[in-house]
Design a protein around this ligand. Sequence first.
Ligand code: FES
Ligand code: MG
Length: 571
Amino acid sequence: MSLRSAAWFAAEGKTGIMHRSWLRSEGLPDDSFEGRPVIGIANSWSELTPCNVHLRELAEHVKRGVWQAGGVPFEFPTTSAGEPLVRPSAMLLRNLISMDLEETLRANPLDGVVLLAGCDKTTPAYLMGAASVDLPTVLLTGGPMLNGKYRGTDIGSGTSVWRLTEQYRAGEIGAAELAEAEGCMARSRGHCMTMGTASTMAVLGEVLGMQLPGGADLPADDARRRTLAHLAGRRIVAMVAEQLTMSRVVTRASFENAIRVNAALGGSTNAVVHLLAIAGRLGVSLTLDDFDALAADLPTLVDLMPSGRFLMEDFCYAGGAGALVAELGERLDRAARTVTGRTLGENYAAAQCHDREVIRTFDDPVKPPGSHIAVLRGSLAPAGAVIKQSAAAPELMRHRGRARVWDRVEDYLAEADRPDCDIAADDVIVVRNAGPRGYPGMPEIGNVALPKRLLEQGVRDMVRISDARMSGTSYGTVVLHVAPEAAAGGPLALVRDGDVVVLDVPARRLDLEVDDAELARRRAEWRAEPAPGTDRGYLRLFVEHVTGAEVGADFDFLRGRSGADVPRQAF
Ligand code: FES
Ligand code: MG
């Protein structure tokens, strides 16, 4: 077997000495450089990314496995981004993280890589970057937090934040109760334990074939996750020998499986942008419409918040991703490859469900078939928009209302807080300039809070439309990812207060009832206004190169892959 790392460590003379001698400072024995697979452990650990804060400890267990299998591990950091802190949105850094990883992998003497990720953007960013290099690659997510526990009830990260703050705004609970709940939510290490984006991407990473079985759902603090890290270290060394690269594992069949599993999970709408971006790196053809068409016959089977009742710890004990794959049976392509070297079907041949409340059967689903992500098109979203039907109010699925339009989400929120706010319950709230280019960074603001006055009257849902995303832990009748985005001159930019907007989810339509001549007149008046701060630096690169949500919001120049060829070295 000829190792990529041999170009560094087996080089003759001065070159080889250069590559080896500095590593002696790390205490490596001579035979570390004699043909052992060199394994990178990419670590998105950061104290600013609380969901990933235990990943250095997990890396130690990966290393044990690598050493044990005869490899040599090197852990390295990359840029990280945590949802709770990064402003304006961690999404702004997803593509940067992916570039950081890609260039680090290619520039260094690595034969394979284990990706340690967890919080929402770190998992897709790592899969994107690794796809563009295409080494043998294993993903290991950090695992969910234990269930939140508050006054005898389970509370979920994200979901309960939205719900409790709404109850607080409506005067149903007081400040002391809210503060107590805050302390009860994140009571262990790990990522959000609702079926938000982190859990969704962890499960889809496993279904794509990139994680070892169990990787998605074992709680962060469960000792079995440390064992799994050890096994991931062993397995990556074998994968180098097998030359089982990422593109040999992840194919169109894998993405189709992931889309179908996402529907059965009731998973995050953010999976749409992330899977499209990962597919774009691998050169696998995948479109926005696949997310509707491929999942139309699938019910939601997993009863997790925000669509349902339970949390990831319950999902794990019920059998986790394996039990769900087993339940889906022949509805998935069971011949799809995985990092184990076996097929998806083989990996989970013995999987069983241990709790039918959490993972339901097809005869008793949480939501009926076709109630997950709908892809809408129409005069307001010519390139598409998405809505998570299972998180929305059934009575709003067909709705015709007067548009109330805000160019800045802050202005809407200020209005929504006013006691004399004149927004009516059947109005359609339109918030724009929140797409990839417009904000920039496509933040999770699509599920804007309802006007306080209406909340106090008992209104709990309204139609909201934007070019933004929403948190995977959120809910509501929220039309997201409207494309083209307003900042790119999409029709969303032309809507005015009082226009009639028609949402018809069963017909997959989102239309603006304004005649073409009037729209043409408005278009002639419309001017693109660059978002503040985008004249230099990373933000400039971002707005100049970010693509639309309908193709994954990756940078145009990052689509595809450059491979793992060894860079030139002149000394
Ligand atoms: Fe990190 Fe939710 S905030 S996963
Ligand atoms: Mg999130």
